[in-house]
Design a protein around this ligand. Structure first.
Ligand code: FAD
Ligand code: SIN
Length: 524
């Protein structure tokens, strides 16, 4: 049994930022970060475009950023949360810079601001096209020098500990006492008791298979919170990024940043037509939900599997300077951006909903907090504005931290938590079967709960998912802890929330589009 004052699940921007702040403020209290792979592996590490923040208040304004966020969110943002995130952003960005993160500047020494879909101004700070890597590296350097932080890699959180497991407490209290975690190096399950637990476990992209997200994005935190009966909302609003590079074998995976469209690239259909202006006056820089829905229409109209991103008219040396990683990836795939168009398709990218939190990042369970992509703060509404996610993580990590400075972490001394009970005689698990169920799940989600949904398809999704669920639950009950199996179980929980919350939504908004709820106009 381990006791920690502050437990952080996840080592992306949200978890690390919080950990640095709380550990620096309370050097005598201990902070434990657990993460299921290596310390840097996260969605954060792959972020390309940058951080949206208003720095130059002569050309830009808080009002404009607020308005762009509200428009992108299609009427479902919480306006008070939008305001506070936009206004608190600049100071927190400066803090990140003070910790050592570097963002590109132009010849005049000012920040070189990029632009992405839905933004009315150039306001995206970036580090070439590897902004996330720069941020992750900077945060990990800070973590390294704080002696009261323990970072446990290859530690997989299985389930939150709630009153249900605890002997010495009433069963009806809604509270988190810590987590059961599987140490993948020793193959043992540990019990971590925590005064406060922060879920910073990131996104869900792998639920769809074709995704810009890395393998870690299996929605574990959202699924754990769901099983612990925390409130989860807006899961129907899955953001499909319009331009993932198309690959015949893998479908979609590598992201071509929206900043490339901000830099002037065009979208063309298979006939070579630049189609976006037919749908939206903002053309390629309409918000992401709109561009993905338009691409989906074009694909159906032309019976093809991808459209093209045309960069041939852009200056190659400037392109290489801004997007060196994307340029190299294209070369590696035999695409010379000067002469060739890049084949792209929309891919699952970001979950706008998640674990419901208040303005301090608190969930509906006591002692349980959430921030970053796994949380639902009210900032994104029905569709996230590009580059608002890193910003949200910075702001909410700070808010949870500030809230915790006003509270003493519970000691949990008298809390009696049983150890994890392992299956006595586990069956021999054939790992290939997990892969088969995982692929079935991903295909089902792409076919029946993708960019465009229908009542009939959602109905099919319900019973197809129920079949997979039954088989996987049986496997889970018959086997000792196995990370891929736990992840699959979590993805099934997440898929269930996406499907049921889709069925409950009775109007098309932002990233949710059901063709039986006809909305003639895609644009807004
Ligand atoms: P993550 O960075 O995903 O970190 C989650 C952490 O939780 C990981 O360390 C993971 O290993 C750990 N974890 C998960 N489950 C468990 C478990 N069961 N046990 C233990 N640990 C666990 N947003 C922007 O604002 N601007 C951009 O330019 C941008 N570009 C993007 C480009 C790509 C390719 C992708 C995929 C996303 C991009 N996003 C961007 C979105 C943004 O990167 C993420 O939303 C953000 O980084 C999420 O941060 P996080 O800390 O919440 O989660
Ligand atoms: C991108 O660079 O296109 C991703 C930006 C984001 O997801 O906010």
């Amino acid at each position: 049994m381990i006791y920690t004052d502050y437990l952080v699940i996840g080592s992306g921007i949200a978890g690390l930022t919080y950990a640095i702040k709380i550990a620096s403020r309370f050097p005598t209290r201990n902070v434990t970060i657990i993460t299921k792979m290596s310390e840097e592996e996260s969605n954060t590490k792959y972020a390309q475009g940058g951080v949206a923040v208003v720095l130059n208040r002569t050309t830009d304004s808080f009002e404009k950023h607020i308005s762009d966020t509200l428009i992108a969110g299609d009427g479902l943002c919480d306006a008070s949360i939008v305001k506070l995130v936009v206004k608190e952003g600049p100071e927190l960005l400066q803090e990140l810079i003070n910790w050592g993160a570097s963002f590109d500047t132009g010849e005049n020494g000012e920040f070189d601001l990029g632009r992405e879909g839905g933004h009315s101004e150039y306001r995206v700070l970036h580090h070439k096209d590897s902004t996330g890597y720069e941020i992750e590296k900077t945060l990990l350097q800070q973590i390294d020098v704080l002696p009261n932080i323990t970072l446990l890699t290859h530690h997989f959180a299985i389930d939150l500990i709630t009153a249900h497991q605890v002997y010495s407490t009433a069963k009806n209290i809604q509270k988190c006492f810590g987590v059961y975690v599987f140490d993948q190096k020793t193959n043992t399950v540990k019990t971590i008791k925590a005064g406060n637990t922060l879920l910073a476990s990131g996104g869900i992209g792998q639920v769809y298979g074709h995704t810009t997200n890395p393998a870690i994005a299996t929605g574990d935190g959202i699924a754990m919170a769901y099983r612990a009966k925390a409130n989860i909302q807006d899961m129907e609003f899955i953001q499909f990024h319009p331009t993932a590079m198309y690959s015949k074998n893998k479908g979609a995976s590598f992201l071509i940043s929206e900043a490339v469209r901000g830099f002037g690239a065009f979208l063309r259909n298979v006939k070579g037509e630049r189609f976006m202006l037919q749908y939206d006056t903002r053309g390629e820089l309409a918000s992401r939900d709109i561009v993905s829905q338009c691409i989906d229409k074009e694909l159906k109209k032309t019976a093809t599997t991808y459209v093209f991103l045309d960069c041939t008219h852009l200056e190659v040396s400037a392109f290489k300077k801004h997007f060196p990683m994307i340029y190299e990836k294209c070369i590696e795939c035999g695409i010379d951006i000067k002469n060739d168009w890049i084949p792209v398709i929309p891919a699952s990218h970001y979950v706008c909903g998640g674990i419901v939190v208040d303005e301090n990042g608190k969930t509906s369970l006591d002692n349980l907090y959430a921030c970053g992509e796994c949380s639902r703060t009210g900032l994104h509404g029905a569709n996230r504005l590009a580059s608002n996610s890193l910003l949200e993580a910075l702001v909410f990590a700070d808010r949870v931290y500030k809230h915790h400075t006003t509270l003493l972490p519970e000691t949990m001394e008298n809390i009696d938590i049983p150890d994890w009970v392992e299956i006595e005689i586990p069956t021999l698990l054939d790992i290939r079967i997990i892969e088969v169920y995982r692929k079935n799940l991903q295909k089902l989600m792409r076919q029946y709960a993708g960019i465009v949904r229908s009542n009939k398809e959602l109905e099919i999704a319900v019973y197809s998912l129920a079949e997979i669920y039954k088989k996987v639950e049986k496997l889970y009950k018959q086997n000792s802890i196995h990370v891929e199996l736990c992840e699959l179980r979590n993805m099934i929980n997440v898929a269930h929330m996406i499907i049921t919350q889709s069925i409950a939504r009775k109007e098309n908004r932002g990233g949710y589009y059901n063709k039986d709820l006809v909305t003639e106009k895609i644009t807004r």
